[in-house]
Design a protein around this ligand. Structure first.
Ligand SMILES: Nc1ncnc2c1ncn2[C@@H]1O[C@H](COP(=O)(O)OP(=O)(O)OP(=O)(O)O)[C@@H](O)[C@H]1O
Ligand SMILES: [Mg+2]
Length: 307
């Protein structure tokens, strides 16, 4: 009903990182190109950080989608594993048949064999790890050891870490300072700017089959930006809720009133009032009040003394 009401073929603001919705604007296009270039030039360790909900998982999936036949890819969505668990996951991703009795050393040997084989076939192997901030320190260290596998000329394994900024705190720890040095390429994914956000909203609506005119009024977009701070996940949550409110009222355009209801219902969103910069006039007025209060206090003191 909701879809029909707005003339959509599917929900436009779903929270799953669907690459069909990838918005290749500004820094998203930039991030993707940067990653492609870095991987093609053989960078060993690449790091992409961004606040919660800024689009790291989607970027990671998009990257995996567009890497051509020249690459063999391995994707580890949840690296909260032991060093042994990491090796097992990498081996499985590379299509190695593993026996559960294999020890650490044997696993490493098989992975190394597969990497050498891929290189001989003229392919680069890329390991993408999402949520890398959750990796235990020992596992980060064993990841570094994994990238030690190299020929005289190039790395056998390239790694891209996608992580929330807490990864940087981990990398500052003494025990893994060697890993930090290995990261030759870093990219920070920022939230979307205001102009970008309007295009982002239209892009998602159009991808979901919308063909009508402006669906979000300009003031509604303004409030949406203020409340979401340009963070795609929040934009999606708020847009979806605002459209539901509009639908509930039988309206075809999303207005600030709808956005406000959505904001009230969303934990991390806030329509903060503008803080006006203090003007000299206000300070002067403040000064007069202070002077008056002091005079009154002095008078009161004098009265008490004379009594
Ligand atoms: N470039 C983009 N184009 C289209 N949609 C995007 C883009 N970036 C993010 N989104 C959307 O925003 C939402 C959050 O994105 P994603 O899950 O990738 O964020 P994240 O940075 O991985 O978050 P977390 O830190 O919680 O893991 C998803 O619904 C995703 O589809
Ligand atoms: Mg994610």
């Amino acid at each position: 009903m909701y879809l029909e009401h707005f003339g959509l073929t599917e929900p436009p603001f779903s929270l799953t990182p669907d690459t069909g919705y990838f918005f290749s604007y500004g820094h998203y296009a930039d991030a993707l190109n940067t990653l492609l270039v870095a991987l093609k030039t053989g960078e060993g360790f690449i790091k992409v950080t961004g606040e919660v909900g800024t689009g790291k998982t989607l970027l990671c999936r998009k990257l995996l989608n567009i890497l051509d036949d020249g690459f063999v890819t391995a994707y580890i969505p949840n690296p909260m594993v032991t060093p042994y668990g990491l090796l097992t996951a990498v081996a499985e991703e590379l299509g190695i048949n593993i026996d559960r009795h294999y020890g650490h050393h044997q696993l490493l040997k098989m992975i190394s064999g597969r990497l050498i084989q891929s290189m001989a076939e003229g392919k680069r192997v890329v390991l993408c790890m999402d949520e890398a901030q959750a990796m235990p320190i020992e596992t980060l260290e064993s990841l570094r050891l994994l990238t030690n596998l190299e020929t005289e000329k190039s790395k056998l394994l390239q790694v891209v870490l996608f992580a929330q900024p807490e990864l940087n705190d981990k990398l500052n720890r003494e025990e893994i300072r060697q890993l930090k040095q290995r990261i030759t390429f870093s990219y920070t994914l920022a939230p979307i700017d205001k102009t970008g956000m309007s295009s982002y909203v239209s892009h998602r609506l159009m991808t979901a089959g919308y063909q009508g005119g402006e669906l979000f009024s300009t003031p509604a977009l303004h409030d949406l930006y203020k409340a979401s701070r340009g963070i795609p996940r929040l934009i999606n949550i708020l847009s979806h809720k605002a459209m539901l409110v509009g639908y509930g009222k039988g309206e075809h355009m999303v207005t600030p009133a709808h956005v406000q209801v959505a904001v009230k219902d969303t934990e991390d969103a806030q329509l903060r009032p503008h803080l006006q910069p203090l003007k000299l006039k206000d300070l002067m007025q403040g000064g007069i009040w202070v002077a008056l209060s002091l005079t009154l206090a002095a008078l009161a003191g004098a009265l008490v003394q004379s009594a």
